[in-house]
Design a protein around this ligand. Sequence first.
Ligand SMILES: [Fe+2]
Length: 491
Amino acid sequence: MATTTLPPPRAASGPVARYVGPATVRGAQPTRSGDLTARLWSEDLTREHGFEPLEIEGAIPPELAGTLFRNGPGLYGHGAQRYQHPFEADGAVTAVRLGGGQVLGASQVTATAGLVEERAAGKILYGFSAPWWRRLRNMLGGRAKNPANTSVMIWQDRLFALVESSRPTELAQADLALHGVTDLGGVVRGAFSAHPHRVAARRATYNFGVVQGRKTELVMYELPDVGPARELGAVPLPGPTMLHDFIATERHLVFFLSPVRIDVPKVLLGLGTFETLFQWKPELGTEVIVVPIERPAEVVRFTTEAFYQWHFANAFERDGEIVVDYIRYPTFGSFGEIGRALRGGSGEILTAGRYHRATIDLRARSLRSEPRFDRGCEFATIAPGAEGREHGATYLVLGDLAAVGKLDARTGEVVSHELPATQRTTEPLFVPRPGATGDDDGHVLALQHDGPTNRAFLAIYDAARLPDGPVARAWFDHHVPITFHGTFARS
Ligand SMILES: [Fe+2]
């Protein structure tokens, strides 16, 4: 069983930057009351557009050339008809293109086949807000919407919008135009997680999908930098479940299967709400599944105490053990918090997670896990190219989307930029300078949100001087709902 030893709490530290408000912003919307976090989880994208100039505040670093792609909910329903949970939302990709002295922004709801069908019908046809008889018919006919609402992947210079329940949806990098759903050359069976991880040393990206059916299987995929994708292998799972993310070292794929189980009779009968389909069964514990990439049939699996995680930061091998950095929750309660935000609830969301470092001993089949600091956090990322090997820094969101943090992986020191109370941040992504010599030699990009003006903006930080606040901002003229994940494509 795992042992958890609490080190002395280490508070996030670092000076809070003086905030210079959006003085140059024109056309500000009236201030609206209400909790900004809840608005990000419940209010639709207010304007769709192709690439157009954004309003710049500060000096854009000239070496920053490329496009940031972000994905998240775009529509939380059709008109007055709302979805039951933000995870049912129709996806929207928001992008910021930097270079040549320009900053251009685009924001586009992904017009998936299901959304097109619903728009033509003028009502919700899929998911748990559809009438019960339609849900049953969808279930029996194997029909579901692919909302493409969680993350993006760039593979072999192709852009894909991802959601864990479905196959990838390919978009054009130039203008976000929809190309269509793909199985990557007949390889992807169905579900394809929104969390692919590229391992630079293997020149390949890894991902998985949970295939639900008479048997539940975890199917793993390898997407090489060059050449066709392939199925790496499949592992049987104990029952229908939700598995959001995994992590890869240079030799192993690591899964933490938390005790979330899907209520199959409710699904088959088309009954219940989206949230009640997922049951937290702590008595089952969390199963650790480790798959050797070279010998995927030689799976090591064992059960430890129950915990939940949405996301990993990184994993690597050291002294014969596997080290895993991840955000650990005591329960699955955050799923309900997110759902309540869409139904008018307010309050903090995703603040119960703590940054943990787990060490897995494969021979002893044991896992021990310890928090690195005592503050709620989420959406942890590391330098691109560092996945699978020991990293120097983790970037993450702290508190209720309240701050951008940087954790020094070796010393445990956390520095942060605390946003004004009227703003929120989303996942920070590190973009190294050309020829970078360290994990903070570059810039951190985060799409952020301003409550009083109801506008989203790209914040650009000097990664080595994060607490000083953004060196530049590029403002959209409208609200953008929360974006979960993204990637930066160099041009
Ligand atoms: Fe995620």
